[in-house]
Ligand binder design. Structure first.
Ligand SMILES: Cc1cc2nc3c(=O)[nH]c(=O)nc-3n(C[C@H](O)[C@H](O)[C@H](O)COP(=O)(O)O)c2cc1C
Length: 348
């Protein structure tokens, strides 16, 4: 799949995810086969005001390429200026967030609010497209609520404004992250535009990815929550899409080893605070494993990466000695996202 000069070698991409898709997470996704990764949503206002925290969200390593920045905002001039800053930062693409349901974003008429004003949507998109030499893409929801699903119309406006592909999170703004994604609307968007369409919503297993492509005709899939604690999903889904055996699910030992590598990478930048940042990731890595709740309770009190690592190794040792079957579930096929940061108020 192509976006301008950016050629994707696979069809399984990592979603932008506030509070999750930092550089260590993206590196893992990439090394396990994600075709492309994105920084989490950044506010165009924060960027043009040169807010250091906003710039921190846009730090990446060259090995993550191709990598997109994702901008959120509703003012054409500010969005265009923010996009120029992303060019200076060396990004490969710029994605426009037209799906964030969070109240403070909607209050600024940005995110999913843009789906309710197609004239403004076109002005903002065109302003960004003409401001930068990079491919500009968009990520949308199916509409504001289920009674006003307008993603096919939105797609036509975006195509006219010059975006290179459209990712569709197949839920309305009113649904936030709950209920089943309405994949049929991804198919309707595909029919309405000649642009590549990326399907998103509820891809948790390689089989889900294949089913989404088959049922909707989408060109690629984007994985959000299904990647939590499960970077193996990218390669396994890609192999299934290529007609190959997806290969086995990760063993408990692989999961713990990956959690420790993740922790080390986080600690390089964040020091002791990596122990805190790692809590949710550990819970995801050990999901479904025997007596994981005891480990999580202990990990939540770890003060530094060395303590977290020791607890993970002790847990692995216990698993390998345990007479009981160690797998109570699987690494993929996770349930919903209640424990996945949705309460943070930052999700889009
Ligand atoms: C914790 C969290 C943070 C998110 N942050 C973003 C974001 O920054 N930008 C964005 O476009 N979507 C964001 N999303 C939405 C996801 O990218 C994705 O569209 C949604 O979760 C549906 O895909 P899934 O069912 O595979 O998770 C976020 C979702 C979650 C759960």
């Amino acid at each position: 799949m192509l976006a301008g000069d950016v050629r994707l070698t696979g069809r399984v991409l990592l979603s932008p995810l506030c509070g999750v898709t930092d550089s260590p997470f993206r590196m893992l996704a990439k090394s396990h086969g994600a075709a492309m990764v994105f920084c989490e949503m950044t506010s165009s206002d924060g960027l043009v005001r040169k807010n250091p925290r906003t710039f921190e969200l846009l730090e990446y390593r060259p090995e993550e390429r191709p990598i997109g920045a994702q901008l959120c905002g509703s003012d054409p001039a500010v969005m265009a200026d923010a996009a120029r800053l992303c060019v200076d930062l060396g990004f490969d693409t710029i994605d426009l967030n037209y799906g964030c349901p969070v109240r403070k974003v909607i209050a600024r008429e940005a995110g999913a609010a843009m789906l309710t004003d197609l004239e403004r949507l076109e002005r903002v998109t065109s302003a960004v497209v003409s401001a930068v030499p990079l491919p500009v893409t968009a990520k949308i929801r199916i509409g504001w609520d289920q009674s006003s699903t307008n993603a096919p119309d939105v797609a036509q406006v975006l195509e006219r404004a010059g975006v290179r592909w459209i990712a569709v999170h197949a839920r309305a703004r009113s649904e936030k992250f709950t209920g089943r994604a309405h994949w049929e609307v991804i198919g309707q968007v595909k029919q309405a535009t000649s642009l590549p369409v990326i399907g998103n919503g509820d891809v948790k297993t390689p089989e889900d990815a294949l089913r989404m492509v088959t049922e909707t005709g989408c060109d690629a899939v984007m994985v959000g929550r299904g990647s939590f604690g499960n970077p193996w999903l990218f390669g396994r889904a890609q192999r299934l899409l290529d007609g190959l055996d997806p290969g086995p699910e990760p063993t408990p030992r692989e999961r713990i080893a990956t959690a420790i590598a993740h922790l080390h990478d986080l600690a390089r930048k964040k020091g002791d605070y990596a122990a805190v940042l790692m809590r949710k990731h550990v819970a995801w890595y050990v999901r479904g494993l025997y007596d994981n709740s005891t480990l999580c309770r202990k990990i939540n009190h770890a003060q530094n990466p060395a303590e977290t690592e020791a607890l993970l190794l002790e847990y692995l040792d216990m698993l390998e000695r345990a007479p009981e079957p160690v797998l109570a579930g699987t690494a993929n096929g996770h349930e919903g996202a209640e424990a996945d940061g949705h309460g943070s108020g930052e999700s889009s």
